[in-house]
Design a protein around this ligand. Structure first.
Ligand code: ZN
Length: 523
């Protein structure tokens, strides 16, 4: 029965004292004095960061390669840390892992014979998709020029390619005056831009072709390097692409089929025997993001995401890539920030908004863990996500940066979607930390394109304001020599405190920050 006569204050006091039956037997609760944000920020110390990083970037974790045993150790370490801190999972009780199903496509085992010549993998051809396992024997190849099918130009008009391999060349046709036939202007169409590989594949598939030999001497070396070796990793597709052989060929093969291919555009059937054997090398890879969560006291549905990638390059040629800076530094920074927030919670100062601590996998393979989070399975709705503070390499200094204070950090993205986020970040820094904020890499025209190269980008592309914290690259970047002894722990401490203070302000200010520069998505 409810004791209606109790005043609200007394009821709260009773509840705070747990299960005691009467008020007379309860002790007065210990009243902890309210603390300033700096009190909690000061729990972030270089000693604790160092201790955590010497474990996280140790040889024991074998470079934390995505899906490998070293990475499993890393995710267990992160989980145990949150269990010890008493910070719960947002997924289900005790389960801090968000499964991220991946697949790794290494070059298939292939042979290819055209006419009476046996060609060599990589040197002469490279497969870029997963074809059917088995053997193909045919007596003709359909040459379809540029492989275009549009309103005013078609390579497929007078030719039946059903069940055949087609040979396609890159690019699109031009008029004598140099303008493009398809656009009628000097504007290239999708048939010669980066979209051509997909567009030409789709047309060939719709015409019933069995496979594609694609000839583009300009990009062949790049494609051969990318697909000929170690293997591409990607998110496992829910609906796998329709299987079709898609093989990039060098001029040795293209010219063996159509000698004048560089000038010839007329489609025709070429009588020549072809034999292909194919065995795919696609492996499923289990990986996971690690997530922990502090629920906000007043606006629990509004989420601040603090992220860093948990993976690195693994072991290559017998050398362990410890990834102390990349991104051990960001990882241990989050652990310390989480601990500081938990200290606030324990002191009765739970942040108003919720905080999600998100350690993402597969960053080095193409921002895969963060892409899975934003594109496939956001734990919290993206429209409720206030901001993403992403930390990737904050333990070192940039040797190229010869002027200014060593106590700096590069900020990228802070002003791109929300002016308010940028101003808040500047103000917080002045108040708390006085780190020199360097916007050198925030320039849209910066050739390094760092804005697109870490996990915050998957949030930014959804119009979620981001700040990417980064110290720049150095000689040990993506080398086995990126070890914890080279970290400048005093700087790591300052930068981590800055990020904590910024998150604190984002979580506790009255109004949610405004997105005033949202990009209209082209769809
Ligand atoms: Zn990296």
């Amino acid at each position: 029965m409810r004791k209606l006569f109790l005043t609200t204050g007394a009821a709260a006091l009773l509840m705070a004292c747990g299960t005691s039956k009467t008020a007379t037997t309860t002790k007065a609760p210990e009243v902890k004095p309210k603390q300033d944000v700096s009190f909690f920020a000061n729990t972030i110390t270089s000693d604790e960061l160092k201790e955590a990083l010497y474990t996280y970037a140790s040889d024991d974790f074998e470079g934390r390669d995505t899906g490998e045993p070293g990475q499993k150790k890393a995710v267990e370490y992160l989980k145990n840390h949150y269990v010890t801190l008493g910070i719960p999972s947002p997924i289900s009780e005790g389960d801090y892992f968000q499964k991220v199903p991946l697949e790794k496509q290494a070059a298939p085992d292939m042979t290819l014979k055209i006419g009476d010549k046996e060609f060599k993998a990589i040197e002469d051809y490279v497969s870029v998709t997963d074809g059917e396992n088995g053997e193909v024997n045919s007596q003709e190849i359909a040459y379809v020029g540029y492989g275009i099918d549009s309103e005013n130009y078609s390579s497929y008009k007078d030719i039946d390619v059903a069940g055949k391999f087609v040979l396609i060349k890159g690019g699109e046709p031009k008029n004598e005056d140099g303008t493009f036939i398809i656009s009628g202007s000097d504007k290239a169409s999708k048939w010669s831009t980066n979209q051509q590989y997909r567009a030409k594949r789709e047309i060939a598939l719709s015409k019933g072709a069995k496979g594609i030999l694609f000839y583009s001497p300009q990009i062949y070396p790049m494609v051969a390097q990318q697909f000929g070796s170690g293997g591409q990793m990607g998110l496992k597709e829910d609906t796998p692409q329709e299987k079709m052989y898609y093989i990039f060929v060098n001029s040795s093969i293209a010219k063996a089929v159509v000698e004048e291919i560089d000038s010839e555009t007329t489609s025709k059937l070429i009588k020549t025997p072809m034999n292909l054997t194919f065995k795919s090398n696609v492996k499923e890879v289990d990986s996971e993001n690690v997530a922990a969560f502090i629920k906000g006291s007043e606006k629990p549905d509004e989420i601040i995401v603090i992220s860093a990638h948990l993976d690195h390059e693994g072991v290559k040629g017998g050398a362990i890539y410890n990834g102390a800076d990349d991104d051990g530094s960001g990882t241990v920074a989050i652990l310390e920030i989480a601990e500081a927030f938990k200290a606030a919670v324990d002191n009765g100062q739970t942040p108003k908004r919720s905080i999600l601590f998100l350690h993402v996998t597969g960053e080095e393979k193409g921002l895969l863990g963060s892409q899975y989070y934003t594109d496939k399975d956001p734990i919290f709705p993206l429209e409720n996500t206030v901001a993403n503070l992403n930390i990737d390499m904050i333990g070192r200094t940039d040797p190229q940066r010869t002027e200014g204070d060593r106590n700096y950090v590069y900020l990228i993205g802070s002003d791109k979607l929300s002016t308010e986020l940028h101003n808040l970040s500047e103000e917080v820094n002045k108040k708390c930390c006085n780190v020199e904020l360097d916007y050198k890499f925030n320039d849209d025209n910066d050739p390094n394109r760092f804005y697109y190269r870490s996990d915050h980008y998957n949030f930014a592309k959804n119009n979620i304001p981001v700040i990417f914290y980064f110290n720049g690259t150095h000689a040990d970047y993506h080398q086995p020599s990126d070890t914890p002894d080279k970290i400048e722990y005093d700087l790591l401490e300052n930068r981590t405190r800055l990020i904590f203070n910024t998150a604190w302000e984002l979580a506790n200010r009255d109004a949610r920050i405004i997105v005033d520069k949202a990009e209209v998505k082209a769809e």
